[in-house]
Ligand binder design. Structure first.
Ligand code: N01
Length: 538
């Protein structure tokens, strides 16, 4: 109970919402410049999505030597990853280590969700409340609540009748879940589903995979971390970090090869094979025109389809798995460790929901529209997230007119730099809409944003300003700038969680900043160099 909480009624310079990768650094960064900070976190521990997504097989899809903090070279050097792509328990252990090393935990109110944040223009403060009864005020509200953190909950008819157990990948229990020897169904084949399916197939008596849209998945080639490579990076952390800050994705990948038009068909196939052998997201950054020119994209897509057909032995299952619904790279590429091979196992069956949609759950399992019933002991939902606005809406942030940010975004998010939005003074949306966000290495993006915000706050303190918000002109310009870069991109044209579609006129707003992380960093620096042009201080 927070009514007896000594923090009740206190005023803080900064309230940080969410103690994941972003929140941990935020608390450390703001505290180290002498500000009073309170973090508020729903879970009983730090970690954010890496706490909640503890499902079997969960691991990062960016190499761990890149997906970590660079702000302190000592921290980088003292931690050594065991795998090229660390699994969820190791990432959580790392985040706990960072939280302890920088004494972040004492500044977090755990096990409570922010359920209100009302801006008071008289005092220039947010009145922040939680579902545990905590009430505090803060001059600055920093949302490190994540863009992919509010789960899309299952709403299948009959769920309450199901006699087995069901779980969501995004809220996986921290107690052991018994899957061995049981009949398991997984619904959803995005990044979470692909990882879960590959892991659960090895345990379950039988696994049914319920697939609505076949996605592209490429091998991670996970393996023990190359300690010599890591030591090399660790010996020049500052240099590596500077390099990463200039890359398109906030991570080091093999360099792109320019336009595909400069190569013969044979050379292109050879390069695709090289990328396939390297693994991971590198396949998407091969040619500059593969995200724009449908014909070039089709060459890359067909290359992956051939791999699927070559891997999956049963031709009918292979055809169902072949990703044919959209161009490659417009949705996030899944990175796997033996996903397609999983369908060669005797204990795995693919159910194509395009042929047989789910009608409902029944006490003994799932009934399909065809009338077929599949008996299950456990159902796992990997249905994705209410991206970008889910967690923000959950905190119920209101401005002086009683509006929430998303009330102003009915035709797509509008922000300045993805960090701030007009009408909401002193509110910062870390990795928010129209920042590189889900297109970048989130760890690096978080730190870049928080350094920007912390410097902005220091700038205000030095000059005696109490409130800041972007100008309407700056926000309009940024929104148009993002739209103009996204305009020719194939990824804007396909429905997915990165696109806001206005159904009345089919206008489409691509949500993340698609100009590349390095370009974004340069533009942020230009704003600073120009005396925080685009911000209105009071
Ligand atoms: O979610 P998703 P996710 N009936 O939205 C299906 C990050 N991430 O959690 O495509 C049946 O991609 C849906 O089908 P469809 C990463 O950024 C990273 O997997 O809409 N199916 C789809 O197959 C990623 O992009 C990592 O037809 C339904 C799936 O559920 C993001 O999180 C790991 C359905 C949702 O896929 C989201 O990935 C995990 C229904 N009613 C996640 N509703 C790594 O770092 C939805 N689906 C590796």
């Amino acid at each position: 109970m927070s009514t007896g909480d000594e923090r009740n009624g206190r005023h803080y310079d900064v309230v940080v919402v969410g103690a994941g990768m972003g929140g941990i650094y935020a608390i450390h960064r703001f505290r180290s410049q002498g500000l009073s900070v309170l973090g508020i976190e729903g879970a009983p521990d730090v970690g954010g999505v890496w706490y909640h997504n503890a499902y079997p097989g969960a691991r990062v899809d960016i190499e761990s030597a890149n997906y970590c903090y660079f702000f302190d070279p000592e921290l980088y050097r003292e931690w050594s990853w065991t795998e090229r792509y660390a699994a969820q328990p190791e990432i959580l252990a790392y985040l706990r280590h960072v939280a302890d090393r920088y004494e972040v935990r004492p500044h977090i109110a755990f096990e409570q969700w922010v359920n209100g944040a009302q801006w008071d223009p008289e005092s220039n403060r947010y009145h922040v409340t939680t579902d545990a009864g905590l009430a505090v005020t803060a001059q600055f509200l920093v949302m490190t609540s994540g863009q992919l953190s509010k789960a899309r909950d299952p709403d299948f008819p009959g769920l309450a009748d199901f006699r087995g157990e069901w779980f969501q990948t995004s809220h996986w229990p921290h107690e052991p879940v018994q899957l061995a020897g049981r009949r398991v169904g997984v619904i959803g084949t995005g990044s979470s589903g692909v990882q879960t399916i590959t892991a659960v197939a090895k345990e379950a008596a039988h696994l049914h995979v319920f697939q609505r849209t076949p996605n592209y998945s490429v091998p991670a080639y996970n393996r023990p971390a190359d300690q010599r490579k890591y030591a090399r990076l660790a010996s020049k952390v500052e240099e590596v970090y500077r390099e990463i800050m200039q890359t398109p994705g906030g991570l080091i990948l093999p360099p792109g090869r320019g336009s595909s038009k400069d190569y013969t068909a044979e050379q292109i196939q050879q390069m695709l094979e090289e990328r396939w052998a390297f693994g991971g997201q590198s396949l998407l950054s091969l040619f500059t025109d593969q995200g724009i020119d449908p014909e070039v994209n089709e060459v890359v897509a067909e290359f992956v389809r051939t791999k699927v057909r070559d891997t999956v032995r049963d031709p009918e299952t292979a055809e169902r798995l072949v990703p044919d619904a959209y161009p490659i790279g417009v949705r996030r590429l899944c990175i796997d460790t033996g996903y397609y091979e999983t369908f060669n196992r005797d204990n795995v069956t693919l159910v194509d929901l395009r042929e047989e949609p789910i009608e409902r759950l029944v006490p003994q399992g799932i009934r399909l529209a065809s009338g077929r019933e599949i008996e299950l002991d456990v159902v796992i939902f990997a249905l994705g997230f209410e991206a970008f606005t889910g967690a923000l809406d959950g905190a119920d942030i209101r401005n002086e007119e009683g509006r929430r940010p998303s009330d102003n975004w009915t035709r797509g998010p509008r922000t300045f730099l993805g960090l701030t939005t007009t009408g909401f003074p002193n509110l910062f949306l870390v990795t928010g809409p129209a920042s590189p966000s889900v297109l970048a290495n989130m760890n690096v993006a978080n730190v870049q944003h928080l350094d920007f915000v912390a410097d902005l706050v220091a700038h205000m303190r030095e000059r005696g300003y109490e409130r800041v918000e972007p100008t309407v002109e700056a926000q309009d310009e940024w929104t148009e700038h993002v739209a103009s870069i996204a305009e020719p991109m194939l990824r804007r044209k396909v429905d997915n969680y990165m696109v806001h579609v206005n159904r009345d006129d089919d206008s489409r707003v691509f949500i993340p900043y698609p100009g590349g992380f390095g370009d974004y960093v340069t533009r942020c620096q230009a704003v600073v160099d120009d005396g925080y042009a685009g911000f209105d201080f009071k």
